[in-house]
Design a protein around this ligand. Sequence first.
Ligand code: LRH
Ligand code: MN
Ligand code: MN
Length: 426
Amino acid sequence: MIDSAVVAQTNDLRAKNLKADYDALGEQLNRCGIPIDAIKAKVAAYGVAVPSWGVGTGGTRFARFPGEGEPRHIFDKLEDCGVIQQLTRATPDVSLHIPWDKADPSELKAKAQALGLGFDAMNSNTFQDQEGQPHSYKFGSLSHTDAATRQQAVEHNLECIEIGRAIGSKALTVWIGDGSNFPGQSNFTRQFERYLDAAKQIYAQLPGDWRLFTEHKMYEPAFYSTVVQDWGTNYMIAQELGEQAYCLVDLGHHAPNVNIEMIVARLVQFGKLGGFHFNDSKYGDDDLDTGSIDPYRLFLVFNELVDAEKRQAPGFDPAHMLDQSHNVTDPIESLMVSAMEVQRAYAQALIVDRPALEGFQQENDALMATTTLKKAFRTDVEPILAMARVENGGAIDPVATYRSSGYRKKVAGIRPAVSGAGGGIV
Ligand code: LRH
Ligand code: MN
Ligand code: MN
């Protein structure tokens, strides 16, 4: 963790300006009847989970360029996650991926507790083969034509639940890469029947207080068809499985231009929105930093979430997680910035003048309705975020504090350098 004196020092440099900016914004919002302290309290209570796999350098299928001080294992990853939480106070939980993060559950729990972290959804992995595994996932996992391979994939998911139970997780996220690369390769219907059958076996073993999230993605690694390709299929799965089954929306898993906020609204309306993998995308599943390409879209997603929160939509309790891959930045910095971008979108959505918006919608005043949203989006809510952070013991400027702490250099002295040579396959 970072020395608290460094946090205090870097905060001291910024405290006076922050107070002035916060007061000025408070006055501005007050004129619109919005109490700034109430928004700050909501932002302060907000959390988005960090993906354990996000703290390493992801690379692409072409190459991986590991940075210095790369985490060696899940315990190093948890330490990096601890720093992200220490400075942002926006990421209290970590989402684990099995078997990447497989370790003794009591050690996992103890380490997380020592760092003040908890665990969000468990993620299973049947999109890769593992050393010594009897059946290959080359041609699929939960939807494979071979019953023994499907069984192996089911058992892996049950193991994820077991580990999750031991560390206090309450959800399992299932994303599969199953699909086909050639027309005719697979029978769409039979393949989906096999998937549903296997998913039902997992669902049957889900603890009563758990949720099962299925994650759709349009394509990749299968390039002709994908079994769980969109929210329609995903909704069918959640319906088929039962009331503990929900859909997970990864922002990068849609075709360009798809109206993701509307998908969110539909899933909320029918009580099946399970959670998010936040990231951003320009072309495909780019796993770019959240809000780095289209912050307005992120805001529009949060506009739907705040709308649902305000009207207390039944069963509305989505899990918020990041899912990013970092190729050219320090992952700790990227994850901190992304967590703050998510918080920013939330704060902006909270200051939308909803009664006015409703009125404009009712009167079909398209221009004023859209301007009402834009007004909130254009408001610089940074002082709210920074004040919430510092009052929670975090940093006013997490990236600046992180950089002056020398954390990366310090861990580079402990964690051996990793070479990226030869990594990635075109
Ligand atoms: C698939 C995905 C899914 C996986 C993660 C590593 O593209 O978004 O959530 O678990 O990436
Ligand atoms: Mn994802
Ligand atoms: Mn993805």
